[in-house]
Design a protein around this ligand. Structure first.
Ligand code: NAD
Length: 355
């Protein structure tokens, strides 16, 4: 049976990342949250507080520069700000990086989640929502879709680290009776995504006439979910889902990677007026990623049936808006790429980690 949770002080981990920042922007706008948001983020290469500039109410917002593995720092935050719920976005999130250097994935995704769960065990009235991914389910053939009861079969160090953290969350709920929920989102796209991921990488390469590297023959299929639909779905789950439940979140947009790149070319043609042929000529098929999952597809019917949620953004128009966003936010892109926003952090944020 659905519940009606309310929070007065919500701890969001990883709130300076792509999805966490969309969630926080939503909390201060369309998600209509009226409590305090405490954003705890270690500010790795992927965390950028500029993604929240002007989007939060300073009276109800606190930024804490800390690592989720630092139990003392997170405990102090929970006590000082009387935190009554945690939404855990903090993670290493890029599959290619996990293949080259898996250590950080084990540290943040597994050890970090474990440390947070230990703190929830100390504060069992807290609700804990864990943001996971559809990649834990592995790869599909040409038909079928992941359901919440699909067996885990992770194929990359990233997916394995997320799967391990999901297992810890489940075990802590069962063993210690904690109130937890878990969501498995499909591939996200939208504004403020770090330009190493497929869609922003391709957009910027198109703007700059750089080659468009497509893995293998471009036939790998992903389901694409707009980041704002993802944020809305997570909020619906956090507020209303029964403790112990997991939900898949999809975008109803299965596309091959090549289809995505072709749609982006079309969107850039519309945005810039450049000829399609010049942009098409940038396409390059490159050696496939090791262990590259062939196809992901999401059965999100449980979320629809039980919580009445389905995504509202259509993929091709969402892509066009995303292309326009990157065209208008060259300064954000430049500072993210160069790391120059770190100076901005020094000027705009004191380290407010409670001692
Ligand atoms: N991007 C996707 O398509 C997608 C899809 C489904 C699920 N997810 C999941 O959603 C979550 C967020 O993904 P994202 O794309 O926004 O990631 P991201 O890489 O953009 O952001 C991660 C954030 O976590 C912070 N962080 C990293 N390590 C930390 C640590 N040890 N302590 C505190 N903060 C730390 C980073 O500074 C950054 O702000 C992840 O758990 C990811 O697995 C992502």
């Amino acid at each position: 049976m659905n519940v009606a949770r309310s929070f007065s002080s919500l701890l969001v981990t990883g709130g300076c990342g792509f999805i966490g920042s969309a969630f926080i922007r939503g909390l201060f706008s369309n998600l209509a949250f009226d409590g305090r948001v405490v954003n705890l983020d270690a500010l790795t290469y992927a965390g950028n507080p500029e993604s929240l500039a002007g989007a939060v109410d300073p009276e109800r917002y606190v930024f804490v520069h800390a690592d989720i593995r630092d139990a003392d720092a997170v405990r102090a935050v929970i006590e000082r700000y009387a935190v009554d719920g945690i939404v855990n976005f903090a993670a290493e999130s890029h599959v290619d990086r996990s293949i080259v250097a898996p250590d950080a994935f084990i540290e943040t995704n597994v050890v970090g989640t474990f440390k947070l769960l230990e703190l929830v065990r100390e504060n069992p009235s807290l609700h804990f929502h864990h943001v996971s991914t559809d990649e834990v389910y592995g790869s599909l053939g040409p038909t079928g879709a992941f359901r919440e009861d699909t067996a885990y079969a992770p194929n990359s160090p990233y997916a394995a680290s997320k799967a391990a953290s999901d297992h810890l969350v489940r075990a802590y709920a069962r063993t210690y009776g904690l109130s937890v929920t878990v969501s498995h989102g499909s591939n996200n796209y939208g504004p403020y995504q770090f330009p190493e991921k497929l869609i922003p990488l391709m957009i910027l390469n198109l703007f700059e006439s750089e080659p468009l590297p497509v893995y293998g023959d471009g036939s790998n299929v992903r389901d694409w979910l707009h980041v704002e639909d993802h944020a809305e779905a997570i909020w619906a789950i956090v507020r209303s889902a029964p403790a112990g439940e997991t939900y898949n979140i999809g975008g109803n947009a299965e596309r091959t990677n090549l289809q995505v790149v072709r749609s982006l070319i079309q969107a850039v043609v519309e945005e810039t007026g450049r000829p399609a042929s010049a942009l098409e000529s940038l396409l390059r098929f490159v050696t496939d990623r090791p262990g590259h999952d062939k196809r992901y597809a999401i059965d999100a019917s449980k979320l629809q049936r039980e919580l009445g949620f389905s995504p509202s953004r259509e993929f091709e128009s969402g892509l066009r808006q995303t292309v326009s966003w990157y065209a208008r936010h060259g300064a954000w892109v430049e500072r993210v790429r160069s790391g120059a926003y770190r100076d901005w952090i020094q000027t705009n944020y004191r380290d407010r980690t409670p001692k």
